[in-house]
Design a protein around this ligand. Structure first.
Ligand code: VG1
Ligand code: CO
Length: 546
């Protein structure tokens, strides 16, 4: 029924993976040979060759997911993959994929997602490749893939009918490859039951505790229904937008104050439920809200770390923690208190992989609504929501009270990120050069009463494999614990996105409940002046503030 075909092709020059996989407009991915070239480049550079390997593939259900999966199934077969697990209907969240790779000892996985970027025919598509530890391919692997993509001249693909992906458990032979359709939820849900106290959380819901979970019409809808409603007894009304749609209902599947506006509005209304949460397109991000209360992702990591013992899976204690460089230093205070190491890595989950593999950290997170642990090698949205539920089930305190008590104990790291999206790329690059040029003269000086402790371009030395990743963002750190960080996004697909991260720290008990933007306004003002953002981009105001 199937025949193997070799197709001649020529390279594309723009297949360099960014912070998290290769992300391009759907229109680019639909160009003849575009997806095929990239997939073949992954196969061609797999250690020991792809022949005979076992892999998994799935995606967040966005537009082009179904078509792309069929192409990948046929390419995997023509390249001699022995077993290919595929999520039912082509669906698998990023964290669930990571777990499948680890649980079944697969050699890797392909995740079709542009994460939080919008979908649909005019939206974005993406391909992420994860390696055998279940985590995103590290830079040495993505560089090999990119180099290969620049010289590729052929790919292999099976010709024959599409594989039916509707029934979990079904097996189809494509050439010599077994294509197995898997239930995308059950293995993952079982893992969650091992880590968290489902009994206790069930009791919490039974006591009348209310929650609103918004999947933003992306992949986590199917996980939320099984875990929160079926296994934990939350009411059906707790679920919002939980049917995955190819265009995410026209929305932006990014769980933050701007793009999850409906949820935010409800959580800040007078009859708000006790707890609110949302995830992104591929399910690795999370936003945590209480009644009329927003928890910054940086605080969320710190609060989870400090309350880790509430969850059975973490009772034994933490080996260490890690955060990406722009993430606020809130977790550093907890680490100090627990007397465990705290690592600072560049942006992107791939940098946590070595630390997790070497058992040097247990929990880690990013300011960009990403939190996770050593249970898999990706950040994990539903996991973070469950961790909060587990903590709340034990503490029986409102989210706001829990967070405020945390600040009283450790001090508060006021934190905001200002994104200037889709600015002119040349202007953005010139802005970063301008900042770089000022670093030497900034060190040791005093600006508006704050002494600069460090002004540099962050360079990471991986303590496990000794690799170096430089040029990871300009940081200006002041002696009083405040910081301004500038970097360019590596996930956008139009122009450039400048991210400015601003942080201020206080232990003053009388200053714990101020408005973040006003607390930080002198630093925000300074960030505009230092970067001359108006001059370089023509823009004064950010497009997104989180
Ligand atoms: C953004 C975030 C980063 C995150 C990455 C992937 O990258 O800032 O923290 O790891 O997205 O997230 P950037 O380069 O645009 O700042 V996801 O949910 O795409 O896997
Ligand atoms: Co994501």
């Amino acid at each position: 029924m199937y025949t193997k075909k070799e197709v001649k092709t020529s390279p594309f020059s723009d297949q360099k993976p960014g912070t998290s996989g290769l992300r391009k407009p759907v229109t680019t991915f639909k160009k003849p040979h575009y997806l095929e070239n990239f997939i073949q480049s992954i196969f061609d550079t797999m250690e020991g060759g792809v022949k005979g390997k076992q892999l998994v593939v799935g995606g967040d259900g966005r537009y082009y997911n179904k078509r792309a999966i069929q192409i990948i199934i046929k390419m995997a077969a023509a390249n001699g993959v022995s077993l290919l697990k595929v999520g039912r209907d082509g669906l698998l969240s990023t964290p669930a994929t990571s777990h499948i790779i680890r649980k079944y000892g697969l050699s890797g996985g392909i995740i079709l997602s542009a994460s939080h970027n919008p979908g649909g025919p005019q939206g974005d598509f993406g391909v992420k490749f994860n390696i055998e530890n279940g985590g995103p391919a590290p830079e040495k692997v993505t560089s090999r893939i990119f180099e290969r993509s620049l010289e590729i001249d052929r790919y292999f693909i099976a010709q024959g009918p599409d594989v039916d992906l509707e029934k979990a458990g079904a097996e189809t032979r494509v050439l010599d490859t077994v294509v197995e359709v898997i239930d995308p939820v059950s293995d993952y849900a079982n893992l969650m039951e091992e880590l968290f106290d489902f009994e206790e959380i069930r009791r919490l819901f039974a006591s009348g505790f209310t929650m609103l979970y918004d999947a933003l019409h992306a992949v986590t809808g199917i996980y939320a229904r099984e875990i929160f409603v079926n296994r934990l007894g939350a009411s059906e009304e707790s679920l919002r937008n939980c049917t995955p749609l190819p265009d995410f209902g026209g929305g932006h599947p990014d769980p933050n104050l701007k793009y999850a506006a409906e949820l935010v509005q409800e959580m800040f209304s007078d009859n708000a439920p006790d707890f609110g949460a949302a995830s992104d397109g591929d399910g690795d991000r999370n936003m945590i809200l209480g009644r009329k209360f927003f928890v910054t992702p940086s605080d969320s990591l710190a609060i989870i770390s400090s309350n880790h013992a509430c969850a059975p899976g973490y009772k034994e204690g933490l080996k260490g923690v890690a955060r990406s460089m722009p993430t606020s230093c809130a977790v550093d205070h907890v680490a100090k208190d627990l007397n465990i190491p705290c690592f600072e890595t560049p942006t992107g989950w791939k940098f946590f992989g070595n630390l997790l593999d070497a058992d040097m950290i247990t929990l880690c997170g990013e300011e960009s609504f990403g939190t996770g642990s050593n249970h898999i090698r990706e950040k994990d949205g539903i996991w973070a929501v469950l961790f909060w539920l587990n903590i709340l089930a034990v503490k029986r305190q409102p989210v706001s009270e829990l967070t405020r008590n945390h600040w009283l104990r450790y001090g508060r790291n006021y934190y905001t990120r200002h994104d200037f999206e889709e600015v002119d790329r040349d202007g953005a690059i010139r802005l970063m050069k301008h900042l770089e040029g000022q670093l030497a003269s900034l060190s040791g000086t005093e600006i508006n009463g704050r002494k600069v402790e460090i002004a540099d371009n962050f360079c990471y030395h991986d303590p496990v494999d000794g690799s170096q990743s430089c040029n990871q963002g300009i940081r200006i750190i002041f002696e009083d614990g405040s910081r301004i960080v500038f970097r360019l996004s590596g996930t956008g697909t139009k122009g450039a996105t400048i991210r400015i991260y601003i942080e201020g720290y206080t232990r003053d008990k009388d200053r714990m409940n101020e408005d973040t933007q006003s607390f930080l306004s002198p630093l925000i003002q300074l960030s505009r002046e230092l970067s001359k953002i108006k001059e370089f981009t023509g823009r004064q105001e950010p497009s997104v503030i989180t």
